[in-house]
Design a binder for this molecule. Structure first.
Ligand SMILES: Cc1ncc(COP(=O)(O)O)c(C=O)c1O
Length: 409
């Protein structure tokens, strides 16, 4: 019975999570997807809910790529040609043609010299930060950065870490100044789009600050951004926060293939020297399988669609629907956060009210995510809706109608 003693401790931990209101509990299982029909976007069937159909207002697949016929075909073709798995890590013959082609095309898409794939964006963030952080590095990070950045910093053991107030460039500048004389290298790390709120960094301001103080540190000041929710969802051509922020760009960009591109996996794009170094030193890259060759081929197709006239149309429609939905919410008296990203956070500002509204929406066949403390700061409790290019105006009208009924109840 070697696990009986730890079992008691684990049980107590689970009770604590429940008491804190952060236990995720039983996962909801999708058993069937009904494809788009007429003015109806795809509908989802869920285990235990019989034939009831749900609309997903909480999907990261902002362009609906995961269900696109051409993307599915690309995955099938590569599975026939290369098999379904890489069979090894990259340096032990786990590198296939679609991996290299995808790395090259991602780099070109972001106008960087080189790209590098990881099994996920989470692995990419954790994989690159530790080889770039020395014992003489101070990392400066936004308060609301994604969990992958928080854990990557912990893993990397920098000389020090500093947290700046969310999106506050004055505070960031103060923190950079505090590093003077205390380290050789400063790394500023941030999310592009912040997943809980849909607001975003201004890369231009960030890069300008890095440039301003770069000469004062022996190994310089540089920027790393994770734009997993920005790429493919934001900007006229889907280049994410870089595009929305203007022409300046971060030094190292991380993103995912598992959200707007609809597939799975993560990547980094930056200059060729850094990629060469990371391939030799990033443990999550060296000692872990890459995405499968079929996944890489599917991502190549999704990227090709994104980077075409069709992709631009999808992005323009996505923006139009986001603005439409936000206006509908405002007209109903709901509070939202300014911006045009398809993450639409409806601020409820109370835990119990958030839970109640999420349950009501589910009862009415609408899936949305309730974000409560401590996932968001106390008082920022909200419901996160995510618009997709698959959604139709009729879909959004139905959701708004349900929200109106709830308000009038
Ligand atoms: C900002 C951010 N980075 C990284 C990730 C993780 O992406 P992946 O699923 O590719 O690991 C997420 C997903 O929730 C995210 O929101």
């Amino acid at each position: 019975m070697p696990l009986d003693k730890i079992g008691k401790w684990v049980g107590e931990k689970l009770v604590q999570l429940k008491e804190k209101g952060i236990l995720k509990g039983k996962e909801l299982v999708i058993t069937e997807i009904k494809k788009s029909q007429g003015t109806k976007s795809p509908r989802y069937l869920i285990e235990g809910e019989g034939k009831k159909e749900f609309i997903k207002m909480n999907s990261n697949s902002y362009l609906g790529m995961s269900l696109k016929k051409e993307v599915i075909e690309a995955e099938k073709e590569a599975a026939e040609e290369f098999g379904v798995g890489p069979g090894a890590v990259r340096f032990i013959y786990g590198t296939f043609k679609p991996h290299l082609e995808l790395e090259k095309k991602l780099a070109r898409f972001h106008q960087k010299e080189a790209g590098m794939l990881f099994s996920s964006a989470y692995a990419a963030v954790c994989g690159i930060l530790s080889p770039l952080i020395s014992s003489e590095t101070i990392v400066i990070s936004d308060t609301l950065n994604h969990n992958s950045i928080i854990n990557a910093i912990k893993l990397s053991k920098p000389k020090d870490k500093k947290i700046y107030i969310h999106l506050n460039m004055d505070d960031l500048e103060t923190k950079i100044k505090e590093c003077r004389g205390n380290c050789r290298r400063v790394i500023i790390v941030t999310d592009g789009v912040f997943s809980m709120r849909g607001d975003h960094s201004d890369f231009k301001e960030l890069v300008n600050l890095a440039k301003k103080y770069h000469p004062e540190f022996k190994e310089g000041v540089f920027t790393i951004a994770d734009d997993s929710h920005g790429v493919g969802a934001f900007g006229k051509t889907g280049r994410g926060t870089s595009e929305v922020s203007g022409e300046n760009d971060v030094d190292i960009l991380v993103s995912t293939l598992g959200k707007a591109l609809g597939v799975n996996g993560g990547y980094v794009v930056t200059n060729a020297k850094i990629v060469e170094y990371l391939r030799e030193t990033a443990p999550f890259y060296i000692y872990s399988n890459p995405i499968t060759p079929p996944e890489a081929n599917a991502a190549l197709k999704a990227l090709e669609i994104l980077n075409s006239q069709k992709g631009r149309k999808m992005l323009s429609y996505l923006k139009e629907m986001t603005i439409y939905f936000k206006k509908g919410l405002t007209d109903l008296g709901y509070e939202t956060i300014k911006g045009e990203h398809p993450i639409v956070a409806v601020m409820i500002r109370d835990t119990q009210k958030t839970i109640k509204l999420v349950n009501y929406l589910k009862e009415k066949g609408i899936l949305a995510v309730g974000l409560k403390y401590p996932i968001v700061p106390q008082g920022d409790e909200c419901i996160r809706f995510q618009i997709s290019a698959d959604h139709t105006k009729d879909d959004l009208d139905d959701v708004l109608k349900t929200l109106r009924e709830y308000k009038n109840k």
